[in-house]
Design a protein around this ligand. Structure first.
Ligand code: GLN
Ligand code: ZN
Length: 793
């Protein structure tokens, strides 16, 4: 038996976001392709060396990507739609980025082969979330007569580059089943998995070439094992790995599952004829024993014990204890095979791309908190300790376990981790706090009296364009170049202009514009106790875009009102209602790194109470309408359906706790920027918001079907303006969408609003678009009045 430490993937962006800056400069024409490639090579070398220095035995390669690893795979196997400048052979970087970002400029201008199939203005591939992470991948597109070819063996190149510096890596590939499953089809509808037979020869070729170059192992990521799989999908996994193992016996295949337990797919995983299996032993901790017991002796197990999804140092003491059975088995001879027990690898639960690079950069954080953090680099160190824990270098292990316990204690004894008054409030929560005073019909009646809104009321979702000027002012303020007072008055002027303009064009319910907010979660996090913000805790969201998620480490409470002053100022400028604008508890939770010593549901209740306080203060200040955005409620859904119910239950409770402390007269809005509600409509109804705005313009109001089928009782604002596109919708287009909405909803239920906030748009787009939207609403009222008169005659 051997014990090895293995890593599954290292962050690509670099400690100082080198990749991001290189990409941005390259896209702006300020960096040559050669320089971009040099940066990429440099990052890979640096990360390989770092992992070697930290004592990692099995170091991944091909975990690097210029933009996205799923796109890399699509490009590698020639799944490239027409128009992006590729016909055969290696794919130019221009084509690769065109798939990622859309084509701009003609091929001549870019110096691309005039023969190549390049069209100007091709859209980017669709981008979507990678499982339940905040990383986004580009959706491969397949056609029914898809032909796969190996355009270039990228894993081989990566393997050879690492070999040059003397490191024999384990190349990472996205497994064929997950790859196909993540894609979408164009043209005729079919299951992309039916293309598996055509794809397998390509994988066979990649693996043989790797084996010929001296690779011993390859890591094939199949996180689809964490999903609910059909019998057909399981069969696909069995078939393809049987074929691959048979076709290329000279290389060991490790299939990696992460982001959840195998669940019902465990038997399939264990019967794959492969050399190794990686399991996420953080999210699938309950399967560890079973795996050790049931996996064939010949199957190497990679135990993903270090959490790759969170920023906390591991409890090494607990993991050491967990590994005791493994240690004991190590000395047993299996009676049947007469060989020592299986080989074990200890690893992070998943690739480390979901955590920042190095926690030692965070010198500004409170000591106890800083001690408790482990980013990718620190997680490698923890792996090394676990490796020793099994192989028996006990002295060193004990020292490290001691240090880990000390760090854990330091973090948990931070004053802010346990706030008595917060705990007391949670204990004292009473059932009535989750309920509005009256049911919706009664609330609707009194709200109608108070607000006196016209039919088809118009509003927007909250933010107005964050112009270059605003971003500059914010940066200057942060750097101390402009003072608080000057910054504030600048923001007030922006707010004032936005309010006056909304009045002028005739919107019914106004917003203050959110100019003071950097981000809808960060803004609140910075004002709440229990949150910390890093200096360099960047994580890749997609391509060159990185985010710095807040870290919830302590009990959450509100120090002071967070939005009331801005709201009050905005409302003082208008006699029309201005919405109070808040981010909901579930969204704040889902977009943060969350403490691991309290259940997520409990953390969510604490945030909900803080938001509830704000809601009540807004009401006290005179707000008649308060919107609580839950943009991330849906994306927090667990990967396996069996766990949905529990999540939705506490998520809905948190929203209700946040929103129910007001009188019947106060109208609660919520907003969700997605368009798939079919499977969660009961939870949406249970939120009991008076008005919900949703994204619907792109789907042509199809999503409203479920609201109508299930007789959704409250009001709805289906988005009639696609804010993701620079296109300006005409009044007629908006009227068409409203007509479609009317086929499914009662006219009394309908609000007229855009799909989402307008912060990413330009004023020159927003102005005409909203004018058209208001005109469409006016037209609807005229039509309705006419119809009413005719009916009366
Ligand atoms: N109120 C927020 C805004 O308008 C909502 C953003 C979101 O849902 N993503 O920007
Ligand atoms: Zn939105």
């Amino acid at each position: 038996m051997t014990i090895q430490t293995a890593n599954l993937g290292f962050p690509r962006i670099g400690k100082n976001r080198e990749l991001k800056f290189a990409l941005d400069r390259y896209f702006a024409g300020k960096l040559s392709q050669k320089e971009l490639i040099a940066t990429a090579n440099d990052l890979q070398l640096r990360h390989w060396k770092l992992q070697a220095e930290k004592g990692i035995d099995i170091i991944p390669s091909n975990d690097f990507s210029f933009y996205d690893h799923v796109l890399d795979h699509a490009v590698m196997v020639g799944a490239i739609p027409q128009g992006y400048g590729w016909a055969s052979g290696p794919v130019a970087l221009e084509s690769y980025f065109a798939l990622a970002r859309g084509t701009t400029g003609s091929n001549q201008a870019l110096g691309i082969d005039p023969e190549a199939n390049w069209q100007d203005n091709m859209p980017a591939l669709e981008m979507t979330k990678w499982f339940d992470t905040n990383y986004h991948y580009l959706k491969p597109e397949f056609s029914k007569n898809q032909v796969f070819v190996l355009t270039e063996n990228k894993p081989l190149q990566a393997f050879l580059s690492a070999l040059e510096i003397g490191i024999k890596t384990r190349p990472v590939l996205l497994g064929p089943v997950t790859f196909l499953k993540l894609g979408k089809v164009h043209g005729e509808r079919f299951d992309p998995l039916t293309l598996l037979d055509r794809l397998m020869p390509i994988y066979g070729q990649i693996l043989s070439e790797l084996a010929a170059a001296g690779a011993d192992w390859v890591q094939m990521d199949e996180p689809c094992f964490s999903l609910d799989l059909s019998e057909f999908e399981r069969q696909c996994l069995l078939d393809c790995y049987s074929k691959l193992a048979e076709a290329v016996p000279e290389i060991f295949i490790l299939v990696a599952n992460y982001f959840g337990p195998f669940g019902d797919n465990l038997a399939t995983a264990l019967s794959l004829p492969i050399a190794g299996l990686h399991a996420d032993c953080v999210r699938g901790s309950e399967e560890l024993d079973l795996l050790l017991k049931e996996a064939p002796d010949s199957m190497t197990l990679s135990l993903g014990l270090i959490d790759g999804r969170n920023v906390w140092r591991a409890d090494l003491d607990r993991l050491d204890a967990l590994l005791q059975p493994v240690q004991k088995r190590m000395h047993l001879l299996s009676p049947l095979t007469k060989r020592t027990d299986r080989d074990i690898q200890v690893s992070p639960s998943c690739s480390l791309i979901h955590v920042p690079v190095d926690a030692t950069c965070e010198a500004e954080l409170e000591l106890g908190l800083r001690m408790g953090l482990a980013f990718a680099t620190q997680k490698l160190e923890e792996l090394t300790v676990l490796g020793m824990a099994i192989s028996g270098n006990r002295n060193e292990v004990e020292t490290q376990i001691g240090a880990s316990l000390q760090a854990l204690m330091a973090r948990r004894s931070l004053k802010s981790c346990h706030d008595k008054s917060v705990r007391q409030r949670i204990t004292n929560l009473s059932p009535d706090m989750y309920w509005r005073k009256s049911r919706y019909p009664e609330r609707h009646r009194v709200q109608q009296l108070k607000l006196d809104l016209p039919a088809f009321p118009t509003t927007t979702i909250g933010s107005f364009p964050q112009t270059a000027e605003i971003r500059q002012a914010r940066a200057d303020h942060r750097k101390g170049v402009i003072e608080d007072g000057a910054y504030r008055s600048f923001l007030r002027d922006e707010t004032k202009r936005a309010i006056f303009w909304q009045e002028a064009i005739g919107l019914d319910v106004l917003v203050h514009g959110e100019f003071e907010r950097n981000d809808m979660v960060q803004y609140f996090g910075e004002k709440l106790s229990g949150f910390a913000f890093t200096q360099r805790g960047w994580v890749q969201s997609y391509g060159s875009r990185c985010v710095r998620p807040p870290i919830i480490y302590g009990d959450v409470s509100r120090k002071a009102p967070m939005t009331v002053d801005w709201w009050r100022y905005a409302q003082s400028l208008s006699s029309k209602p201005v919405k109070g604008m808040l981010t909901g508890p579930v969204t704040i939770l889902n977009w943060s790194f969350v403490r691991d010593d309290l259940p997520r549901a409990d953390v969510c209740s604490q945030i909900a109470l803080a938001i509830r306080d704000e809601v009540q203060d807004l009401e006290k200040a005179g707000a008649k309408i308060i919107q609580i955005d839950e943009a991330a409620l849906r994306e927090g859904l667990p990967l396996q359906k069996a766990n949905w119910r529990a999540y939705l239950e506490w998520a809905v409770e948190a929203f209700r706790l946040a929103s129910s402390g007001v009188t019947d007269e106060t109208q609660i809005h919520t907003h969700m920027c997605y368009s798939e509600f079919n499977e969660i409509i009961d939870a949406i109804t249970a939120l009991d918001a008076d008005v919900i705005s949703v994204e619907s313009s792109r789907s042509n109001m199809e999503l409203l079907e479920v609201f109508s089928d299930r007789k959704y009782p409250n009001e709805i604002g289906p988005g009639v303006y696609d804010i993701h596109s620079p296109r300006i919708p005409t009044k007629e287009e908006i009227l068409d969408l409203v007509a479609l909405a009317l086929e499914r909803l009662d006219p009394k239920q309908i609000w007229i609003n855009p799909d989402c906030g307008l912060k990413t748009r330009q004023w020159r787009e927003v102005r005409p678009a909203l004018v058209n939207m208001v005109e469409a609403a006016v037209q609807m009222r005229v039509n309705a009045a006419k119809a009413g008169n005719e009916a009366a005659q």
